[in-house]
Design a protein around this ligand. Structure first.
Ligand code: ADP
Ligand code: ADP
Length: 244
């Protein structure tokens, strides 16, 4: 097994995550756009001591920094479409090779289709790990539009807020890092509709993928943020043997 990953390592090469020791706990947080994955991942990653890995945040950072990856991703994101798998999987595996992922990861926004789920399983298996649980935050489609169109996120870290459900203490300012809040361009009504239309089918396939493997844990996402957190924490703690 190789012990490092080159930036150009082909996907599926031996040990693509690039570690000799097995990766720790792996939690795959599932939900439609706007279901509350980012909100919950931020809370739970701290509580569980897991690295929060959000592919949407990685793409937005690449767009902000005007990297070649950002240029490719932006065109898809602006249309509400998924970024192609080759690009996305390579980016994810590079992120998982970072030291902070060794203790365990909380994935937010990946996998988004069954090809990505297969690639993740394969990479984890080659690094001696596997997915422990896939909690699924269930929110009716009718609520998603209101959640997305009222969302504001911070420039520095993408911490999410909502005009009504989760407002910041000071309007326009992130409670956590003090950076400016803004509305994502893909949260405009036309793109929201496109994202839901294009991504909900793939989400259903990913949900079935984890259900077939006995890893899916549906959680009622219609409750308040704290209630959803408690349900998620209980499920993840039970699946990973975490004390809490
Ligand atoms: P996702 O990462 O799944 O797209 P977010 O965590 O960004 O979702 O949440 C989408 C929007 O919904 C944000 O504005 C967030 O503040 C709000 N939100 C998150 N959880 C809840 C909840 N349980 N009830 C009401 N609003 C919520
Ligand atoms: P949300 O949870 O609100 O849908 P994300 O921040 O997870 O938003 O993703 C924003 C956009 O980034 C997606 O609409 C898509 O274009 C792209 N993206 C994020 N994760 C993936 C992924 N795993 N595969 C392909 N595209 C992705």
């Amino acid at each position: 097994m190789t012990s490092s990953i080159g930036r150009d390592s082909p996907i599926g090469s031996s040990s693509p995550i690039g570690r000799n020791s097995p990766i720790g706990r792996v939690v795959v947080l599932l939900g439609a756009p706007g279901a509350g994955k980012g909100t919950q991942a931020q809370i739970l990653s701290k509580r569980l001591g897991l690295a929060h890995v959000a592919t949407g945040d990685l793409f937005r950072a690449a767009v902000r920094d005007e990297t070649p990856l950002g240029t490719v991703a932006k065109a898809y994101m602006d249309r509400g479409e998924l970024v192609p798998d080759t690009v996305t999987i390579k980016m994810l595996l590079e992120r998982l090779s970072k030291p902070d992922a060794a203790a365990g990861i909380l994935l937010d926004g990946f996998p988004r289709n069954t090809a990505q789920a297969d690639a993740l399983d394969k990479a984890l298996a080659e690094a001696g790990g596997s997915v422990d649980i896939a909690p699924y935050i269930e929110v009716p489609e009718s609520d998603l539009v209101a959640r997305l169109s009222g969302r504001w996120i911070c420039r520095a870290e993408g911490h999410p807020y909502h005009e009504q459900a989760n407002p910041p203490l000071v309007a326009g300012v992130c409670d956590i890092d003090g950076s400016e809040l803004y509305q994502r361009t893909d949260d405009q009504p036309a793109t929201v509709q496109a994202r839901l239309r294009q991504q909900l089918g793939a989400l259903a396939e990913v949900v079935a993928y984890y259900r077939d493997r006995g890893l899916l844990k549906p959680v009622d996402g219609r409750r308040g943020i704290d209630g959803v957190s408690e349900d998620l924490f209980a499920s993840i703690a039970a699946a990973t043997g975490t004390q809490g």
